[in-house]
Ligand binder design. Sequence first.
Ligand SMILES: Cc1ncc(COP(=O)(O)O)c(C=O)c1O
Length: 444
Amino acid sequence: MTADELKAEILEKTAEYCELQKKTEGFRPGETRVHYAGRVYDAAEMQALVSSALDFWLTLGPKGEEFIRDFSGCMGMKHGLAVNSGSSANLVAVGALCSRSLEDPLRPGDEVITSALAFPTTLNPVLQNGLVPVFLDVEEGTYNLDASLLESALSEKTRAIVLAHTLGNPAQMDVVTDFADRYGLYVVEDACDALDSVYNSRLCGTFGDVSTFSFYAAHHITMGEGGAVLTNDIGLYRQALSLRDWGRACYCRTGEPDPNGACGKRFAHRYKNLPFGYDHKYVFSNIGYNLKPLDLQCAVGIEQLKKLPRFTAARKRNFQRIYEALLPFGDVLVLPRSLPGAEPSWFAFPITVRDKAPFGRRDFVAFLEQRQIETRMLFGGNILRQPAYEEIRCRVCGPLLHTESVLKNTFFVGVYPGLTEEMLDYMIQTMRGFLESAGGRKQP
Ligand SMILES: Cc1ncc(COP(=O)(O)O)c(C=O)c1O
């Protein structure tokens, strides 16, 4: 038997194994956990993973190249970079804007407008690069940065906007990009939760100077852990690549066949304080990291990407079902809303318990969790109240009324494609049961 034949047999067995492994005992309401998110996969992902393992490339290589080509292509962006998480993507994106190799980089002390309702690693690279966040409130129901407040946050030091499309709900990007253009600001678009969400017929992640994605297991597609950075700016791409790869100056692709590099001058550059011809691969132009994913992860990503249209349709369908079921309880709950022109591929279903409701978020969450329905808080709530951020250097612009309300009253449940009809029925029935018995009066 040849190695290829043996590999084919292993992959066939892998598919058989996957089938058996995925056979579940069936859904038992109140006993089977209804997760808010999870991996959705079949034999194709498992075979891709095993095949890559047998190739034993291990480090980022051909599968990484293929994934990022497919991903950038499907997003319609010129340059893409695979990284090992969405957090790393944000670190690389903001870091690239601070690179001394840019003509006009962000510098320590420069101000960055962002929202106080945040996942920590949307904000962290701002702080880690010595930039000063200027916090704005979010809107009720969209949970996105309130773009009507942008002007009030402006100062002479303002240089950038870093914002996320909260839970996949598109932010008001036309207003944001108009504002950024008017004042010459960079825009970093954290689309980690918003893969395949659309605003004004454009995909989220295509508006900013640079955008980021997460492929953690809870996200729209997964590699287990993983992420990506996209940009149409070759200069930013090269700095992002450098930061991902130890800070080196060389931007050759993996497996570049020419020993003199793609530029043909690997041993023929002159750098200020280095001997002439010092190997470009070992010239470090940024203070970088190593944030590369493995080829194994990218092999899974390639298969997941093929399923994206199906995943998006399921997310939208599941969201709509929960929305319709909760619509009669608008007097006690703030239901999620999206802006005109927005077509969200929701990451999850956010619910805010109104102050006047005869029950609190804790009651609702405890009721659901006890009945095996998984819930999550909306990230850090007001991030400024989190222990790590108590002493950060920042500016807060205006009262953070809705952000505070999220901290006190908001949680989310899942809409991910792994939810079956039975699970959704159970979830809806349980939520309605609580709302009816806890005094959540039905509107006529
Ligand atoms: C908006 C946002 N940005 C960044 C991240 C970080 O992604 P990762 O978990 O892949 O580091 C998350 C995580 O879920 C997120 O929700």
